[in-house]
Design a protein around this ligand. Structure first.
Ligand code: XIL
Length: 318
């Protein structure tokens, strides 16, 4: 049985993967990516980001998002949609001008309105806001904070609630919140404040981009998940990968397998952790080598599509 079949038996809603557009012509890749028993949920790695969706002001292009979402619907896979608001991968027209607060709020609402309507009811969840915090728990200085102020986050969630299907789960998504630390504590404070003031939020996504040998432990991840679920939101592991300093070795692959398994097990055992998404399953399309020079082999399958120890250890644990 595939990972999704096992994950569902273990009580999760799905075991999913991100898929990037660059690999759509690879038949072997696609047959695994849209194999519903392996992956019950799909997230576009890039296709729904602002620079591709709204490349010119008020000009929308859903080609790249649809290339991932439509086959997933056809294959009976759930979709996590990613992402309405981020500081990265914004179009030139948006970043090259000094907008007033009113203008930028209008641009944000128009973007969310159009993209939410296009994918209306097609997403189990939307990552509404991605990576708003610094590691020390302060808000990241970017076009959103600097132009709109800290209320940009709640505005994004209100717009998302207004234009997505009422069934769509609205998530805050970030990295380095997989342990109890300044950043995860700040995100928990945001959730608590939203709950108190009835700002819509349904979930927190823990990206879980880990490094072989220094990934958080099962107990650390479990404690971080609780930080959020005790406030009445669900959680998910949304971008799991475990990158290795190259060259790789049998010892490193064994350690990576343990690091992967701890994260998946923490979600399985945690209350209200709904599922795990790997940030791609095939080493050659991982974002890691480009972003972290010297590191790689972060995924479950190697270049030959051979299952690595991490695949087997996760599968055995499930
Ligand atoms: C990455 C993609 O995988 C890359 O292809 C792209 O060049 C940059 O973005 N956190 C996120 C994801 O929320 O959107 C990022 O995806 C990885 C880090």
């Amino acid at each position: 049985p595939g990972l999704d079949v096992l994950a569902k038996k273990a009580g999760l809603l799905y075991f999913g993967t991100a898929i990037d557009n660059v690999v759509l012509d690879n038949k072997q890749y696609i047959s695994i990516a849209h194999n519903r028993s392996e992956f019950g949920q799909v997230t576009p790695s890039n296709g729904q980001k602002w620079m591709y969706i709204e490349p010119q002001r008020n000009v929308f292009n859903y080609t790249m998002g649809d290339e991932i979402v439509k086959p997933a619907i056809k294959a009976g896979q759930m979709r996590r949609c990613h992402t309405f608001l981020w500081h990265n991968q914004l179009p030139e027209w948006l970043t090259s001008q000094n907008w007033t607060k009113t203008e930028l709020v209008g641009i944000l609402e128009n973007h969310i309105k159009n993209e939410a309507r296009h994918y209306y009811d097609e997403c189990y969840a939307w990552d509404v806001v991605n990576e708003a915090y610094n590691d020390d728990g302060t808000l990241r200085s970017d076009i959103w904070l600097d132009t709109i102020g800290k209320e940009y986050i709640e505005l994004a969630f209100k717009f998302a609630r207004k234009y997505t299907s009422p069934r769509t789960r609205l998530y805050y998504n970030d990295y380095n919140i997989e342990t109890v630390n300044n950043k995860s504590t700040a995100v928990a404070a945001l959730v608590k404040d939203f709950k108190k003031r009835h700002i819509p939020i349904d979930g927190v996504g823990l990206q879980a981009h880990f490094v072989t040998g220094s990934a958080p432990s099962y107990d650390q991840i479990s404690a971080a998940l609780k930080l959020f679920t005790k406030l009445g939101v669900e959680t998910a592991i949304t971008e799991l990968d475990v990158r290795t300093q190259l060259p790789d070795s049998a010892e490193k692959m064994a350690q990576q397998a343990t690091d992967y398994t701890n994260a998946v097990k923490a979600c399985v055992d945690g209350d209200d952790c709904v599922g795990v998404t790997v940030w791609d399953f095939w080493d050659p399309v991982s974002w890691v080598p480009e972003t972290f020079p010297g590191q790689g082999n972060a995924d479950l399958l190697d270049a030959n599509f051979t299952r690595k120890p991490a695949y087997y250890k996760v599968s055995d644990m499930l």
